[in-house]
Design a protein around this ligand. Structure first.
Ligand code: IDC
Length: 542
């Protein structure tokens, strides 16, 4: 055959193939159209790249399903969305319910011998009723990356895409659970490349896309919109909270202000000040007051860990931080809790002598400050009973009262400040202005803890939610928005005051600042974590 004939017969073959393909596509499109009752069906020959799969509009459904009907599935095409996958990641599904999302959190990069390194954490949150097995996560932007170290997943890099696969324990993602502990240290040559890693990843199961890379981001935007639609903005007060409300006291189960009107403290707790001292600053508190509507700051000083006051911490540095925080809050007319943050020490009796000295010093220093509140034991746990706590409180409260006759004092309760009901039979009735701590993490604690809190309130105990978050009790994991809403309703119905954990950019769900923002005040919306965004909206509205 001469070249010309070769060319001709080549063309004829091509035409036959095209016609045949077109017929196949037409038939498939017709069948799908009938099945779905829709009238779309073009673009059958558009190769579906993973990039295109990020778009979650309805129009894509046809492309994907039709493409499946051609015999020419490339590797990329075989990973395309199926009809089912598309339905899962449609805007409807990526709302607050029923979805599965992959979020990617990156720390601010640091310089190292490879160029720049950062920690990258990957979370797969399954809010759906389904269970997913043998998953693959794909995250773009990894060309030229080197993975120094990875935990809780296997990886490979294909061109631009980082591919993560499970290790044994997280191979199955149960319904309503979150795999929240996958992380790695990544190096790039330039800082720019580090910052280009997107905030979301795609999730594949059996070669099908079940979550698009922007599903989490879209769901977050959607929720923000819903919150804005549902809520009424709180009127802006002229003057500072303290100017308007002055000295607070406890009346019945409520906090009341200088006029005797019921008052609610709404605020933010620092993380451990030894770990995150940079957030104890006046500009930060001012941002929280003016942009978030907060009237309360809680200064959390761990006693037994991470530079703990009673262990390896530098006591004078820690006291300086507490005092900087109290002064800043005072100048801004905000209320401030000085929190003796017991946790690993289990019982407050362990360091009661140190507590006595500390609260003696604090309460004499702040005797004339009407905006200071003392929280004398964050979270007793490990079998510590109410009687143990009462024994401690009966030692520490008189020390404070000697200096400060009427400051509000919050007392922690057994089981990480959950079993407030155990104080009902034997309350601290010898003193005024005492409140009992209830702490919750909305994804873990629900009606069971609310019931205890209600029981205590009904029995006349004033309850203060001096720490909470909307994720699980580890301070990490997925956010449970429904549970968070139920808690806020309970809080507002009972005029409870609250402080949310935590003012930090730690790479954990409860941190209110996004891990890639190192701003220590003046945060814009893009600097906030999802929990931060929720809290800001919540404090700002009723
Ligand atoms: C957590 C922090 C975490 C830190 C840990 C140390 O979020 O970064 O490594 O403490 O033990 C509490 C505690 C609070 C915990 C928090 C989340 O009061 O100190 O902070 N939590 O675990 N009670 C319930 C949850």
């Amino acid at each position: 055959m001469n070249n010309e004939n070769k060319g001709k017969s080549g063309k004829i073959q091509l035409i036959i193939i095209l016609v045949f393909t077109a017929i196949l596509i037409g038939v498939a499109g017709y069948i799908i159209g009938m099945r779905r009752g829709e009238e779309k069906g073009q673009n059958a020959d558009t190769p579906k790249t993973t990039e295109a799969a990020k778009n979650t509009g309805d129009d894509e459904t046809e492309e994907i399903t039709e493409e499946k009907s051609t015999e020419e599935k490339t590797e990329a095409a075989s990973e395309e969305k199926t009809e089912e996958a598309d339905e899962k990641s449609s805007s409807e599904e990526s709302g607050s319910e029923g979805g599965i999302f992959v979020t990617v959190n990156t720390n601010a990069p640091w310089q190292n011998e490879k160029g720049y390194g950062f920690q990258c954490d990957v979370k797969i949150q399954n809010d759906s009723n389904k269970e997913y097995k043998d998953w693959v996560v794909k995250i773009k932007g990894f060309k030229g990356a080197e993975i120094e170290n990875i935990w809780n997943a296997e990886y490979k890099i294909n061109g631009d895409v980082l591919e993560l696969t499970p290790v044994e324990y997280n191979n199955t993602i149960g319904s309503k659970t979150t795999v929240g502990d996958i992380g790695m240290i990544v190096d790039f040559k330039t800082e720019e490349e580090c910052k280009n890693v997107p905030k979301g990843g795609e999730l594949y199961v059996d070669g099908k896309l079940v979550a698009a890379a922007d599903a989490a981001e879209k769901a977050r935007e959607e929720r923000k919109k819903e919150r804005a639609e549902k809520s009424t903005p709180r009127p802006v007060e002229e003057g500072t909270p303290y100017d308007n409300h002055g000295k607070l006291s406890v009346k019945g189960t409520d906090i009341v202000d200088k006029n005797g009107d019921k008052y609610q403290l709404r605020g933010i707790s620092t993380h451990g000040i030894a770990w995150f001292p940079q957030y104890v600053n006046k500009d930060a508190f001012e941002t929280l007051r003016d942009d978030w509507g907060a009237n309360l700051i809680r200064i959390a000083m761990y006693t037994d860990e991470g530079g703990g006051y009673c262990t390896d911490g530098n006591q004078s540095d820690l006291k300086k931080l507490v005092s900087d925080g109290v002064e800043a809050a005072t100048e801004l007319g905000m209320y401030v809790i000085v929190d003796w943050h017991i946790l690993h020490d289990l019982t407050p009796l362990k360091y009661k002598d140190e507590a006595v000295d500390f609260f003696d010093e604090m309460s004499s220093k702040y005797a004339d400050y009407d905006n200071v509140i003392y929280e004398i034991c964050n979270e007793p746990n490990g079998g510590t009973t109410w009687d143990d706590i009462k024994e401690y409180a009966d030692i520490v409260i008189p020390v404070i009262r000697k200096n400060d006759k009427d400051a509000i004092i919050i007392v922690g309760t057994p089981t990480w400040s959950q079993d407030v009901d155990t104080a009902i039979e034997n309350p601290l009735s010898d003193y005024d202005n005492i409140m009992y701590a209830v702490h919750f993490y909305a994804a873990t604690h629900k009606d069971n803890i609310r019931d205890k809190a209600k029981k205590a309130i009904d029995a006349g105990l004033p309850v203060f939610i001096s720490e909470f978050s909307i994720c699980d009790a580890s301070g990490n994991g997925g956010i449970d928005y429904d549970s968070a809403d139920e808690w806020m309703e309970f809080i507002n119905d009972n005029n409870l005051s609250y402080a949310s954990w935590s003012l930090s950019n730690k790479n954990e769900t409860s941190a209110l600042i996004s891990p890639d923002s190192d701003k220590t005040s003046g945060w814009e919306d893009g600097d906030l974590s999802e929990a931060g965004e929720w809290l800001k909206d919540t404090i700002l509205s009723n």
